[in-house]
Design a protein around this ligand. Structure first.
Ligand code: AP5
Ligand code: MG
Length: 226
């Protein structure tokens, strides 16, 4: 049965950072809706053009196009054993659509990891974020996780850049949109017994350890827990 691990958290909570660790730990692809939109934007596809209007304002892209993009992505061969979903779902209709979609693939949501971070900390995270240009998008922070050489990725030597939607105005809007439109998912998944709440204000390695423990508990509930 395929395995689906979901990451929910505000902008800058560390979804991408932690998805990379889960991807490495479980050999599952990272499926990040924001990355898929940015890739479409770079290739100037009609979906990219549409998404840009929303992303530039920090608003959510409409559910129907987002859901069909994820459906297509999860059908790719590399996702046959499941995926780490980073930033999807973000609304109740997206969560309901995902349930139906995963049932078609013979799977279900195994666990939802909610990375809890308060708004002031989210802003500080976004303000210092730099990302590399390799497909893996290794992510740094000027204060919390600096590269050895400023502006250059430690792992692959590519140049680091800041995202177009990381202006102060759009960051604040994204944070507001998260608490208004995505936070209701926390109760949705809690009621279904799928929610693991992770303190996202710990150092990166400690967040990873807490997440791996929560995933293990969800995947192997019969095993004795540490
Ligand atoms: P998306 O790309 O998903 O952006 P986001 O939700 O705003 O989140 P970020 O990617 O900014 O943050 P992150 O949680 O990945 O943090 P990171 O690991 O980089 O979405 C962008 C847009 O696309 C949306 O606004 C919307 O328009 C659209 N969209 C996407 N999905 C959609 C959907 N499902 N429906 C509709 N529209 C959708 O970390 C941030 C920084 O903090 C880094 O510098 C990192 O090094 C640092 N850091 C991480 N963890 C820690 C830690 N524990 N301690 C200290 N520093 C840390
Ligand atoms: Mg991200």
């Amino acid at each position: 049965m395929p395995t689906y691990l979901l990451l929910i958290g505000g902008p800058g909570a560390g979804k991408g950072t932690q998805a990379q660790k889960l991807r490495e730990g479980y050999g599952l692809p990272q499926v990040a809706s924001g990355d898929l939109f940015r890739d479409n934007l770079k290739r100037s596809t009609p979906l990219g053009q549409l998404a840009r209007q929303y992303m530039d304002r920090g608003e959510l892209v409409p559910d129907d196009v987002t859901i069909s993009m994820i459906r297509e992505r999860l059908q790719q061969p590399d996702a046959a054993n499941g995926a780490v979903l980073d930033g999807f779902p973000r609304t109740i209709p997206q969560a309901m659509a995902l349930d139906g979609l995963l049932a078609e693939f013979g799977g279900r949501v195994n666990v939802v990891l909610y990375i809890q971070v308060q708004p002031e900390v989210l802003l500080a995270r976004l303000a210092g974020r730099w990302i590399c240009k390799a497909p893996e998008q290794h992510t740094y922070h000027t204060l919390f996780n600096p590269p050895k050489q400023p502006g250059v990725c430690d792992i692959d030597g590519t140049e680091l850049y800041q995202r177009a939607d990381d202006t102060a105005e759009v960051q604040s809007r994204r944070i507001k949109v998260f608490f208004e439109q995505t936070a209701p998912l926390i109760d949705y998944f809690r009621e279904r017994g799928l929610m693991a709440e992770i303190d996202g204000e710990q150092p990166i390695a400690e967040v990873t350890a807490a997440m791996l423990a929560a995933v293990e508990a969800a995947l192997h509930p019969e095993a004795p827990q540490a």
